[in-house]
Design a protein around this ligand. Structure first.
Ligand code: FES
Length: 506
């Protein structure tokens, strides 16, 4: 037998919810739904839960399994599993009240608006257009994405990914005459941090951020009703300087390095040896101008691993702030310039989750295919532990959304951290919960970034650690600001490379 914990709540009897544990037979590939049926049949538990199709089609059986949203009819039960309702008001046990969501769907007029006065909307959809949007039409209305969305929990301003997907579906439908981008803005189109938790939990694998929210932001931009003023300033900066942050001050990592390197003749093409792979560093705007010490640490740590990386000149902003906010009219120029700067290298190393995800996932759409690796991927298999001097630190790790969900990199940083001498590594409650910095939210909706950052800060506080380690300059800034705002400024926020630099006493 295996043991399953279920959160029980009966409003007629219980003042609050409580867990009960049930024995369920150990069977290969037994589904959560079968376990629930067994509990009712064999333990007379009178447990309330929903299901209908038993085939992953109706969406009614969505619950939380060990804190993560899942369809009970598709997930397999494991010993020790904890089953809870979705994060909505509970009617009884695992059954939640969907009334507010259904009412919102009706209030938002989420049905095809055809037959407009100007009569330009076609009555039927072209098969090609249908194929393009087929995926975002495959929603089964399980509401998993809304339950899992950290922004929905943070602000009422954001209707949630389900509604944004719905609006986008109509916005991309030529038969529809509605003002969908405008409606999206009213319902919080720019509140989404692009964390892609909705994509991770969707049982139909709908890319709600990239396939719907980004698209709706692009439509808003083309209709000149979006994005937010702060995002427009970033567009201007990239257009004027090639960088999303003002290229001034003490920083200028790449520029300084290129100058120094060319004096030492390190970057001359004569140094190219046919048998040695050429490795380039893609600096990213934040490392280049705000956190140049990370760039220096990167080169130092790479050297410790026998990797002589080059910092190619002429690289500019990766374009992530443009793509994430829908301002895509100048993206092709940015991709082209970076591709020209990087195309002759065998490997491109990134130290920013957002840059890495953009180069890996977005650039191929524009015909730029590069071999891009996050620094943790480069170091994980040959980490030099011999030259490390023991540190005396307790650290935790924050998963940047664009690294964990954007690039599937979760284990590599943890593997490295666990091998740094003298470092005790502990996990926080939800290491991959968004810190609030991404998707243009830190610049455009700072109060949401601060709210999510505050939650992260308190997760860190609970661990009594010396430092939070991450591999994203945006997360680093937001978590540091949030810790300081909560009076926890003594906890350091470190890029993984800064920690490694310390371990090597560089
Ligand atoms: S019962 Fe229909 S999706 Fe699970």
């Amino acid at each position: 037998m295996i043991k399953i914990k279920v959160l029980r709540y009966d409003p007629e009897k219980d003042s609050k919810a409580h867990f009960e544990t049930y024995d369920v037979p150990k069977k290969d590939k037994m589904k959560v739904l079968d376990a629930l049926n067994y509990i009712n049949d064999e333990h007379n538990a009178d447990l309330a839960y929903r299901y209908s199709c038993r085939a992953g089609q109706c969406g009614s059986c969505a619950i939380k399994v060990n804190g993560e949203v899942a369809l009970a009819c598709k997930s397999e039960i494991e010993d020790g599993d904890v089953l809870e309702p979705l994060d909505f008001p509970v009617l009884k046990d695992l059954v939640v009240d969907r009334t507010a969501l259904d009412e919102k769907t009706a209030k938002m007029g989420l049905f095809l608006e055809s037959g407009c006065e100007i009569g330009e909307c076609p009555a039927v959809m072209d098969p090609g257009e249908y194929a393009d949007t087929k995926k975002i039409r495959s929603c089964i209305e399980c509401y998993s994405c809304i339950s899992a969305c950290p922004v929905v929990k943070e602000t009422k301003e954001f209707a949630g990914p389900y509604f944004m997907r719905y609006l986008s579906k109509f916005a991309l439908d030529p038969r529809d005459c509605g003002e969908r981008a405008g409606e999206g803005i009213k319902d919080g189109l720019y509140c989404c941090t692009s964390c892609s938790k909705c994509v991770e939990v969707c049982p139909k694998e709908i890319n709600t951020f990239g396939g719907a929210i980004e698209k709706l932001r692009e439509i808003a931009y083309n209709e000149d009703i979006g994005p937010l003023p702060a995002h427009r300033e970033i567009w201007k900066s990239i257009k004027r300087t090639g960088r999303s942050v003002e290229p001034s001050g003490e920083g200028k990592f790449a520029e300084g390095f290129i100058k120094a390197a060319s004096t030492k003749k390190v970057l001359k093409s004569a140094d190219k040896s046919p048998e040695k792979p050429r490795v380039a560093v893609f600096t990213g705007c934040m490392v280049d101008y705000k956190l140049p010490e990370i760039g220096v640490a990167l080169l130092n740590v790479l050297k410790k691993h026998g990797i002589d990386a080059e910092v190619p000149a002429n690289q500019i902003c990766c374009g992530s702030p443009l793509i994430r906010t829908g301002q895509t009219d100048i993206i092709e120029d940015a991709v082209k310039q970076n591709y020209e700067a990087l195309k002759d290298y065998d490997t491109i190393i990134t130290v920013c989750a957002g840059c890495g995800s953009t180069l890996k996932n977005d650039y191929p759409r524009y015909g730029a295919n590069l071999n891009v690796k996050d620094i943790s991927e480069v170091l994980v298999d040959n980490l030099n532990t011999e030259d490390m001097k023991p540190l005396d630190m307790k650290v935790t790790y924050h998963d940047p959304c664009h690294l964990a969900r954007g690039q599937g990199i979760r284990e590599e940083p943890r593997s490295i951290l666990s091998r740094i001498k003298g470092v005790e590594f502990v996990e926080m409650e939800s290491p991959n919960q968004c810190c609030g910095a991404g998707g243009g939210v830190r610049s455009g909706k700072p109060e949401i970034a601060a709210g999510l950052g505050k939650k992260k800060a308190h997760m860190v506080e609970d661990l009594d650690v010396d430092a939070v380690v991450t591999i994203c300059p945006f997360c680093e800034y937001n978590i540091r600001d949030s810790l300081e705002a909560e009076g926890l400024g003594s906890i350091e926020v470190l890029n993984l490379l800064k920690l490694l630099e310390r371990a090597y006493k560089l």
